[in-house]
Each structure stands twice: as structure tokens, then as C-alpha cells.
Design a protein around this ligand. Structure first.
Ligand code: ADP
Length: 644
């Protein structure tokens, strides 16, 4: 009863008590509250609290009061109030009520009233203190987590910077080591001959002539190394100047053929040059361009065993801007896939330089590792692009390497980014692997089941289908979430792939119509690429088994991208490797994520209903049941759709 009376009294005196209470709260927490007028946030909250307090007193139901208290504490925490500044709200309310009550009632009665509300005041204080502790704990946990993340990111960046510094440092010491070695060899030669000269009393002409020849050889070698070093320093400091004029590429190769003839003969290498006659003159520096192809041919000779062959071919790529594309291909020892870019770095060699003799034409007669750096510098100074392709390094099987040079017919000096802006007239078809080249779905499922069983886990067919097209890590994370550590995720993924390769190797057949389609597309000058979320080892095994590895202009796998499908990265990378702009690319896919990725890349998409029904693939530009339904004409007309 007393509590109802008190509630009524509090309602009647609301104005007065509120004003005093707010003033007291502000005084006790002089921070942000001091800036708020009574009408603003802090006060409005306090008014809500006051009303909830009164109604809790009246009804005995604390739930609304509880919610308001929680909110209030959270707000104050956000504004960095401390616990005292929070609790002051309840304490000051009690104090203000008491002051009001004693003014109006005799002390005994006032005390009685206050005692009826005591439980409620205690509840408020405890609730506020609890919420404060819980929330601050959660806040600290969150803060900790984000700090941890930040520390992780910074450590990673530091690690990267450290690696980069180490790389630069290694390059520097390599320079000193290699330059010393390279310069010492001819010097030793010169010293030897000078010594011989010194031993002669009165040298006869016929005895002096071979000595002079030897001296000459040593001096020439020194000269060439020093010239290379100077060229590299020009390229490094971007002061390589070009004397531009019309250049005939067939002429350059003709004179190189003559120059290399003795080496080709002694090494029994066959050099064939074709397709250059029909190329237009390109604008460039003839001496410098000759140097590029000299270096490429000299490498092809050096890294191809006796009896091998070297072919040079060329094509004209017509477009908004015309380019010539020259390919120097050999049947040599090849280059490791992960070194295809590094070989253009200064002083970089795949093998240890001490193992080999210094020569321009002997088998594996390494030089100072500057040839490709210089070639790249010169090509890029013309506004062109140079890159290497090779299935890998193998001295036994000799998979060979090809070096591609793309030169603008009209030179664009020093605009390296320029080539990306131009739309080359190259068309490409990018195939997904699983479900398009081969139907490996069932083998994947079997491999998952066997691998997961080893770790005491299971996967249903439904789960398998729902994660189709994702990368292994994503599949495991989606299905087993935080149950697995990242080490376990990696281990299970690896195990699954090993089992999968075992199964696949025994069962592989291409999808119906695939081989015919690829041959027809190639005849119509489409470039063929494969872009797959599978690991490189699997993709290479499949392509090799189907004898498709040499048909491809590009293979992009899980390891080459940061983001998996539906991110467009994988298809954009494949297009770039084919030199095709996205609008000239068609993706053939069987998963909705793949189709999404193709569309996001700005490419045309054809869906195959190998694993999913047509309804789920409706984002594609064309949906077909199998590859036998496709022809180059259909693909060509698909590319035209939507172009002006
Ligand atoms: P080097 O003076 O050692 O030939 P380059 O810069 O010309 O230096 O080449 C760098 C490295 O690239 C070589 O040491 C070799 O390992 C590799 N390389 C270049 N061309 C070929 C090729 N045609 N076949 C195999 N490896 C090659």
C-alpha cells in the first residue's frame, strides 16, 4: 500500500524531483552530461528511467525498468563513464526522493516511505553494476580481439617488409658475388696470356698471334659484361633512350641467324623462323630490339640440349592499336612455374652460377643473369610486354620454354601500363575444370568421404552438393565451422586431394564433345584457358592425362588467386594471361558461383547442366546440356551480343 502511495507522490512531484535529480547527477559526473540540456538525450533517458521506476513501484514488475537501466549503462559506457558516474544515477535519485519526502512528511513517515522503495533502489544499483561489469568485459574482449587482429596484420606486414629487405639485400650481395665472379674469369684469362707474353724473349709473329686472340677474347667478354651492367643501370634509372625508326623484324632475325650459325651447328640445334615476313614494320630502336632477341635466342640455345630445336613465330594482332606478337620457343630444360617471373629479376638464375661455365652458347653456360632483365627493360621502354611460359623444369624430359614479346606497331615509349588499356583482338574461352572438362564430382565426393572418415567426420551428399565449386578451405569452414583449427583444415584438404588424385587417375575421361570443341575453337583462333578452384597439382594431372596441357594459353588455379569464385579474380587472371579483354571472353561453367564470377568479370557465360539443374544457372547467357551442342559459330555470335 505504502508503495502505491509513494508512487502517486512521485508522479505528483515529478517536475521538481527530476530537476533536482538531474542537477545532482550532472554535478557528480561533470563529463558529457554537463553539455546536455534537460531536453537532450541524457535527460530524456533519465525521464524514462524515472517513469519506469515509478511504475515498477506501482506494479511490482521490474522488466521495463531493467531494460531501461541496461540501455542507460550501455550509453554511458560508450561515452566512457566510470562505474561511479553510472551508479550515481540511482544514488542521487534516492537522495533527492529522501530530501523531498522529509520536507513534506514527518521524518518517521518519510523513512517508512523510503524503506518501501529500498528493495527497488538496491535492485537498480545491482543491475547497473552488473550490466557495467558484463558490458565492459564484453567490450574488452572485443577490443582484445581487434587488437589481436591488428597485431597479426602488423606482424604480417613487418614480415613482408623483412622478406623484401632480405631479398634486396640478397640481390645486392648476389650482384657483388656474381660481378666479381664474372669479371674475374676473363681477367684470369687475360692474366694468363699476359704471363705467356712476358715469358717470350722476342716473340715471333706466329707465336704471338694466338696469344693476342686469347687476350682479345678475354677483353671482349669483359667489355660485354660491363656493357650489360651499364644497360641495367640505365634501365634501373629509366634513362634508357631509344632511337626510334621503322624496324624490320625478319631482318633482325636474319642477321641473328647468321651470328648464331656456328653455335647452332656445333650444338646441332635446329632454328626455324616462320610467320615474320607478313608482319608490318614496327616502330622501335633496331639496335635495342636486336639485343632483346639476341638475348632470347642465346638463352634458348644455352638451355636446350644438343640436337634440340628452337622456333620463332610471329603474328599480328589487329585492334584499336596493332601489336606484333613474337614467340621464341625451345625444347630445352624448361623453367620452374614459380620462377617464371623471377627470371626477369636482376642477376636471377634458376641454378647456382658456380656450377656452370660462362658462355653465350654452351649448354647451360650461364651468364651474369642480366639478359632477361635487359630484354624486359627494352621491351617495356617501347611500351611492350615480355613474359615466359613453361610447363616446368626438367632436365630429363625437357618440357621446353617459350618467351613471348608483344610490341606495339607504333611505339609507346615508357608507358608500361599502356598495354593493359588496349583491347587486343584476342578471343578466349575459359573452361572450368570439374564438371566441364571432366565430370569429377562423384570422385570428389568419394575422396571427401574417405578423407573425412580418417578424421572421424562425415559429409552427406546434400552437403557436398551445396558446397560445390567452393575451395577446400571454404567447404570445410562452411560445414564444420570453428570445430576445426586451420591446421586441421589444411591437413584434411591435403589428404582429400591426395585420395582424389589416386581415384581420378584411374577413371578419367573427357566430357563428351570437349576435344572436338577445343580443336575447332583453336582453328578459329580462340585462345583456350582453364580456370579452376582446384589445386594446381590436380589440374595439371587431369590436363596431362587428357593431353590438353599444350593446348592451353593459360591455366589459373586456386594457388594463383586470393579470392575464390564467385569473385571474378580467377577469370580476370585467365583473360590477362590470354591477352584478351573480358568482353572477348566466354566462360564455360557448371556452378552458379562460377557463372556469377564470370558475369562479375564482365564476360559471357555458358552453363552446363552437369551438376546443377538449368533453373539454378539462369544467370548464364546460354544454358546447354553438353559441350557437343556448342560450335565456334555459336560462341562467336554470343560474343557479339550486346556489342555496338
Ligand atoms: P643468364 O645470363 O644466366 O642466361 P638471363 O637473365 O638471360 O641470365 O636468364 C635468367 C635465368 O632464366 C637463366 O639463368 C635461366 O635459369 C633461365 N632461363 C632463361 N631463358 C631460359 C630458357 N630458354 N630455358 C630455360 N631457362 C631459361
Amino acid at each position: 500500500m505504502a508503495s502505491k502511495e509513494l508512487a502517486n507522490w512521485l508522479k505528483e512531484h515529478k517536475e521538481l524531483i527530476m530537476v533536482k535529480w538531474i542537477r545532482a547527477v550532472r554535478k557528480a559526473s561533470p563529463g558529457t552530461d554537463a553539455l546536455l540540456s534537460t531536453r537532450e538525450l541524457g535527460a530524456r533517458h533519465l525521464e524514462d528511467l524515472y517513469n519506469a521506476f515509478v511504475s515498477a513501484l506501482e506494479t511490482g514488475d521490474y522488466s521495463n525498468l531493467e531494460a531501461i537501466l541496461e540501455q542507460l549503462v550501455r550509453d554511458r559506457l560508450k561515452r566512457e563513464y566510470n562505474l561511479r558516474e553510472v551508479l550515481v544515477i540511482a544514488l542521487e535519485l534516492k537522495k533527492t526522493c529522501w530530501e523531498g519526502l522529509v520536507k513534506e512528511f514527518p521524518s518517521i513517515q518519510a523513512l517508512e516511505y523510503l524503506q518501501t522503495a529500498d528493495e527497488l533502489f538496491n535492485f537498480m544499483t545491482i543491475k547497473m553494476a552488473n550490466t557495467f561489469t558484463e558490458e565492459s568485459f564484453a567490450f574488452i574482449k572485443k577490443l582484445n580481439k581487434s587488437l589481436e587482429q591488428k597485431v597479426k596484420e602488423r606482424t604480417q606486414k613487418l614480415q613482408q617488409a623483412k622478406e623484401e629487405l632480405e631479398r634486396i639485400d640478397k640481390a645486392k650481395s648476389d650482384f657483388i658475388r656474381i660481378a666479381a665472379h664474372e669479371l674475374r674469369t676473363p681477367l684470369t684469362l687475360i692474366q694468363g696470356y699476359v704471363g705467356m707474353l712476358a715469358m717470350e724473349d722476342l716473340p715471333a709473329k706466329e707465336r704471338i698471334s694466338p696469344i693476342l686472340q686469347g687476350l682479345n677474347k678475354g677483353i671482349k667478354r669483359l667489355e660485354s659484361i660491363i656493357r650489360d651492367l651499364i644497360d641495367v643501370s640505365y634501365i634501373d634509372t629509366e634513362v634508357l633512350t631509344l632511337s626510334l625508326q621503322p624496324v624490320s623484324l625478319p631482318q633482325i632475325f636474319q642477321s641473328l641467324l647468321v651470328e648464331f650459325q656456328p653455335a647452332l651447328q656445333s650444338r646441332r640445334l635446329n632454328l626455324s623462323i616462320s610467320g615474320l615476313e607478313s608482319l608490318p614494320l614496327v616502330e622501335g630502336d633496331p639496335q635495342r630490339l636486336k639485343q632483346v632477341f639476341y638475348n632470347l635466342l642465346s638463352n634458348a640455345i644455352k638451355y636446350t640440349p644438343d640436337g634440340g630445336s628452337i622456333t620463332v613465330t610471329g603474328e599480328l594482332l589487329r585492334g584499336e592499336q596493332d601489336f606484333v606478337h613474337i614467340i621464341v620457343k625451345d625444347t630445352g630444360i624448361g623453367i620452374p612455374q614459380d620462377k617464371l617471373e623471377r627470371i626477369f629479376d636482376k642477376f636471377y638464375r634458376v641454378e647456382d652460377f658456380r656450377l656452370h661455365s660462362t658462355s653465350k652458347t654452351e649448354f647451360k653456360g650461364a651468364g651474369p643473369g642480366l639478359g632477361l632483365t635487359i630484354a624486359k627493360g627494352i621491351v617495356e621502354a617501347h611500351g611492350g610486354k615480355i613474359w615466359a611460359e613453361s610447363p616446368g623444369y626438367d632436365e630429363e624430359r625437357c618440357p621446353g620454354s617459350s618467351f613471348h614479346v608483344l610490341l606495339p606497331v607504333k611505339a609507346q615509349p615508357r608507358k608500361t601500363e599502356y598495354i593493359q588499356q588496349f583491347k587486343l583482338p584476342v578471343k578466349a574461352v575459359i573452361f572450368d575444370l570439374d564438371g566441364v572438362i571432366v565430370d569429377t564430382g562423384p570422385y570428389h565426393f568419394q575422396a571427401w568421404q574417405r578423407a573425412l572418415a580418417e578424421f572421424g567426420l562425415e559429409m552427406s551428399e546434400e552437403q557436398f552438393l551445396s558446397t560445390f565449386g567452393m575451395r577446400n578451405q571454404e567447404i570445410l569452414r562452411t560445414l564444420f565451422g570453428t570445430k576445426l583449427s586451420s591446421e586441421q583444415i589444411e591437413e584434411i584438404g591435403r589428404r582429400k586431394e591426395a585420395i582424389y588424385r589416386e581415384i581420378v587417375y584411374k577413371h578419367l575421361t573427357p566430357m563428351p564433345g570437349l576435344l572436338r570443341l577445343i580443336q575447332e575453337l583453336k582453328a578459329r583462333r580462340f585462345r583456350i584457358a582453364v580456370a579452376t578452384s582446384a589445386p594446381k597439382a590436380n589440374a595439371s594431372l587431369i590436363l596431362k592425362t587428357l593431353k590438353l596441357e599444350h593446348e592451353l594459353a593459360a591455366l589459373v588455379t586456386e594457388e594463383d588467386v586470393e579470392e575464390g569464385k564467385p569473385d571474378p579474380e580467377i577469370f580476370l587472371k585467365a583473360a590477362e594471361k590470354c591477352l584478351a579483354s573480358p568482353e572477348n571472353c566466354i566462360v564455360i561453367e557448371d556452378s552458379p558461383a562460377g557463372i556469377k564470377a564470370a558475369k562479375a568479370a564482365g564476360m559471357k557465360a555458358i552453363a552446363l547442366t552437369t551438376t546443377r539443374p538449368a533453373e539454378e544457372l539462369s544467370e548464364a547467357d546460354l544454358v546447354v546440356e553438353n559441350l557437343a551442342m556448342l560450335t565456334p559459330e555459336i560462341l562467336e555470335s554470343l560474343l557479339e551480343v550486346g556489342k555496338q
